[in-house]
Design a protein around this ligand. Structure first.
Ligand code: HMG
Length: 375
């Protein structure tokens, strides 16, 4: 079996930032409900000229800061999102126009709520393991902007972000085992009709489904002989409290985890605490958060990873840390007042980003044009 996994990760979080303390005050909710009840501080909110293409492009640009990566070595570019811009044209094709993606690179989009990034990752791994990659590598990009109705109970769990993952036979960061545990059910916990910009949610059902998916995926993983020795545990992170609940559930199945949340999982929540739920990107942002914090300490250690996508599907898998994640400095955030945030949401205010990749315009036929600041 070909050894495969993650060679490097690039990250981007939109710089616009909404504080949950201020949102709670504006919505007439006790601050503690958002900060302690959900274990979150704030969320990323994109500027008016950002979208899932620009944040994906910025994450890819961040990955390409690693100058050992050559675009001509990329044979597959998969983009996972649940914030699609078009029912036909893919985000990956826009990216092919913004970067020098080789014409013989396979580019396509994967959809399955938040778990789409994990399905794309395993598709890339299977492509490498099948030996059909011709010595080339894959890039998996997860990019999302999560928004719920203003004033709803879900609003404080919004967020945005993107990751670009280089998947190869030289997994300098994380080698990934081939055994996975899966669980799938039809469930009305969360969906986003084509006519709506915001998701519809049955909040408590979504939490129960996440925890049920974790239990079922774990049982499937164990039955298939998956290795359950986890030095770290990283979970899909819609908000910190959800991960605490998930860790507790996993501890009931694996008693050696009991009472060790701080050591095994807490560091994975740092980026998400202020980025919020970045949907497809959330699990890999949690992994990056852990690796950035642990540095050399993590080398050789195993990571149990749990991915969940509403609707629902769940997957449990395991990797081994092979090396240190390069230093990634996230751009400085810009706090938006709640008035600015509300007015941007309602379309009454357009505040623009001036760095990185930008949406220039959308023409009368819905075609999007992009540029890069400074070009
Ligand atoms: P809610 O109605 O605010 O929930 O909605 P709540 O009233 O149960 O309060 C939340 C927590 O705050 C509770 O803690 C309260 O006790 C506590 P818990 O009992 O759960 O430990 N609390 C306080 N704590 C301190 N001080 C106070 C206080 N008051 C209350 N004063 C909910 C919360 C998460 C349901 C809502 O925000 C929501 O619907 N969010 C969106 C759905 C979601 O994120 N679901 C997560 C699982 S599904 C998933 O992860 C998939 C997803 O990423 C989508 C995809 O796959 O595409 C979402």
């Amino acid at each position: 079996m070909v050894r495969a996994g993650i060679e490097d990760i690039g990250i981007y979080i939109p710089r616009g930032y909404v504080s949950l303390e201020k949102l709670a005050q504006a919505r007439g909710v006790e601050v503690g409900k958002y900060t302690n009840g959900l274990c979150q501080e704030g969320f990323a909110f994109p500027f008016s000229n950002e979208d899932v293409v620009t944040i994906a492009a910025n994450a890819l640009e961040n990955l390409l800061l690693n100058d050992s990566i050559r675009l001509e070595d990329i044979g597959r570019l998969l983009v996972a999102t649940e914030t699609p811009l078009d029912c036909s044209k893919t985000i990956g094709n826009y990216l092919a126009g913004l970067f020098d993606i080789p014409t013989d690179c396979e580019v396509y989009e994967v959809k399955h709520s938040c778990i789409a990034g994990t399905f794309a990752l395993f598709d890339a791994l299977n492509w490498l393991r099948s030996g059909q990659n011709d010595g080339r590598k894959a890039v998996v990009i997860c990019t999302d902007i999560a928004q719920y109705e203003a004033g709803s109970a879900s609003e404080p769990t919004q967020g945005a972000g993107a990751v670009a993952i280089l998947v190869s036979e030289n997994p300098k960061l994380l080698s990934i085992d081939s055994v996975t545990g899966t669980a799938t059910k039809d469930c009305a916990d969360f969906w986003k009709p084509l006519w709506s910009d915001t998701a519809m949610v049955n909040g408590q059902l979504s939490i129960d489904s996440y925890l049920e998916g974790l239990r079922l995926a774990f049982e499937d993983y164990e039955q298939k002989g998956g290795n359950t020795q986890f030095d770290y545990c990283v979970f899909h992170n819609p908000f910190g409290k959800m991960v605490k609940k998930a860790y507790k559930t996993l501890s009931e199945l694996l008693p050696e985890l009991k009472g060790r949340f701080e050591e095994k999982t807490a560091q994975s929540l740092a980026i998400g605490r202020t980025a919020g739920n970045a949907y497809t990107a959330s699990l890999d942002l949690a992994l990056a958060s852990l690796l950035l914090h642990e540095g050399e300490r993590a080398r050789g250690k195993s990571v149990g990873m749990f991915s969940f996508g509403s609707g629902y599907s769940a997957k449990l898998f395991r990797g081994t840390v092979e090396g240190k994640l390069r230093d990634i400095t996230l751009p400085t955030r810009v706090e938006l007042s709640i008035e600015e945030y509300d007015n941007m949401r309602s379309g009454q205010l357009h505040l623009e980003e001036h760095e990185g990749f930008l949406l220039q315009r959308i023409d009368e036929r819905g075609y999007r044009y992009y540029t890069k600041a400074g070009n």
